[in-house]
Write a protein that binds this ligand. Sequence first.
Ligand SMILES: [Zn+2]
Length: 252
Amino acid sequence: MISRTELGRVLDGLLKPADIKDYCPNGLQIEGKDRIKRIVTGVTASQRLIDAAIDHDADAIIVHHGYFWKGEGAAITGMKKRRIKALLENDINLFAYHLPIDVHTTLGNNAQLGKLLNFETAKPHPDISPQGIVFEARLTTPISQKTLATQLENVLGKKPLVEGDVDQPIATVAWCTGGGQSFIDKAAEAGFDAFISGEVSEPTIHSAREQQIHYFACGHHATERYGVKALGDFLHEKFGLDTTFIDIDNPA
Ligand SMILES: [Zn+2]
């Protein structure tokens, strides 16, 4: 059991949202009950996740994608009204951390993807993204495009979209989970052999072809499950909190 205030303090202390410029408010987005016993973690605060959290008797939900994005309409209507109504009626707290969960050097989405891929030298690249949302690894033994594609498919449970010269080995890899595809140009400029992102756009493929960089698009959802999951595991281990990661499948 933890109080809402204390949980907020723990999360803010760990994820340091005040240090990061973001497109949404990070931290407590919807206030629920004061005492928190059961926590559900998930990628996005969708209706399905909220419904699953209600079934699970959760007192708080922690997500990577919450609400109130810069540029979105301010009115609480339609889909947004239904989601918020369900949270308020059930007195469930919603905590959301966007970029703070991408950049965290051990629990974050990028750090966790590096860990899943057994990239021992994984660390944020200091220049490609000064915020720290692009990670890099240098491999001691170069691997083939096929090997990395298979590894990604095995850890993420989803076949990646792959572009690049199959005969060129990979010794250096840069990556950015989620919608990080536009960083491919900076990764190519910095001389990386391969770049991995969640989402892909039409220009990304041309960037890969014309700059001779291997490219792997692995899914926004698939690459961003692991940060918030690791955060839940951390809260369980460190504070004995009852945390459950609920994966609401999303093919995008
Ligand atoms: Zn995302």
